[in-house]
Design a protein around this ligand. Structure first.
Ligand code: ATP
Ligand code: MG
Length: 283
């Protein structure tokens, strides 16, 4: 049976438990537990701090884990990255006090930079041939310049609001991150088979997110025109109606383009349009 390490509490915990739930796997969200058995899939769930997940997976204490790519890059443990999970998106950026006249990365030469990600930061500046004085700080990195501990910071940014509140300006994005599924290198064949089943479920969930199931009626002679405006479906489902002049079409459309497509379909003559949530898209 596979053991999965997930964050015990914090930003990734809820989305991880939700992804598992959508995949038919119920795991306790409780961070008071260290380990529990999931229902709906043969899986032990190990609840850890996100910092410890790459190591737990590298050691094989857990076979797989869900953690931010930022932690995987920082910890440099021997793990395989298996898939992106589409949540926990953020970037790791360099930020300077807003009054600074910033000509470009060369500004950082000889500067003190506070961060919780010293490995990623050093690698970045070594690659550029720029010497920086890296100050590792466990938390509240964004206050370091104001209290005189650093000239600039390197930290996780998502909306950028925290930087602005602290009088900082984001200058360079060093890397982007999202939650990833990692595995112990060299899992047994049996565990790889189990993992393939789990990843198939996750992939189906991720593909269906943001998709809507759309049904509408259309004069029969307009079907070709409707198909031409519909995105990427090999062939929409066309069902006959009691009225032989009309048909019903069923298609899957991403919510980003849903309203555009509905307008186009209405102009062609679509009527009685129903938009439904799509639970799963299995290919
Ligand atoms: P832990 O107690 O498990 O060590 P933590 O305080 O290190 O938790 P969280 O703040 O819960 O970590 O963030 C977990 C992960 O969420 C980060 O490593 C990152 O991948 C992702 N993340 C996404 N957006 C943000 C953000 N705005 N700030 C911090 N982390 C973010
Ligand atoms: Mg942490």
């Amino acid at each position: 049976m596979l053991t999965i390490a997930i964050q015990n509490k914090g930003r990734l915990n809820e989305d991880t438990v939700a992804l598992m739930k959508d995949a038919g796997i119920s795991a306790s969200a409780s961070h008071r537990k260290l380990i529990s058995d999931a229902k709906g899939f043969p899986l032990h769930v190990l609840y850890l701090r996100d910092d410890d997940i790459p190591q737990a997976v590298a050691m094989g204490v857990a076979d797989i884990g869900v953690v931010g790519l930022n932690e995987v890059l920082e910890k440099e443990k021997d793990v395989d990255i298996r898939m992106n999970l589409g949540f926990g998106a953020c970037r790791l950026s360099l930020a300077v006090p807003k009054g600074v006249d910033y000509p470009g990365l060369e500004w950082f030469e000889g500067k003190r930079v506070a961060t919780s990600y010293p490995v990623i930061l050093r690698k970045f500046f070594d690659g550029k041939g720029i010497n920086v004085d890296v100050h590792e700080i466990a938390g509240s990195v964004e206050v370091a310049p104001a209290v005189g501990m650093a000239d600039a910071i390197f930290d996780i940014v998502s909306s950028g609001g925290t930087l602005i509140q602290n009088g900082l300006r984001e200058e360079d994005i060093v890397t982007r991150s999202e939650a990833v599924l990692i595995s112990t290198p060299g899992l047994s064949e049996e565990k790889e088979r189990e993992l393939a089943k789990l990843m198939f479920r996750f992939e189906s969930i991720l593909e269906s997110r943001g998709m809507k199931y759309v049904l509408f009626n259309l004069p029969k002679e307009k079907v070709d025109e409707a198909v031409a405006v519909l995105p990427g479906m090999k062939s929409p489902t066309v069902l006959p109606l009691a009225d032989p002049e009309w048909v019903s079409l069923h298609v899957v459309i991403h919510e980003d383009i849903l309203w555009d497509k509905i307008e186009q379909l209405k102009n062609i003559g679509a009527a009685d349009i129903l938009v439904l949530a799509l639970e799963n898209l299995i290919k």
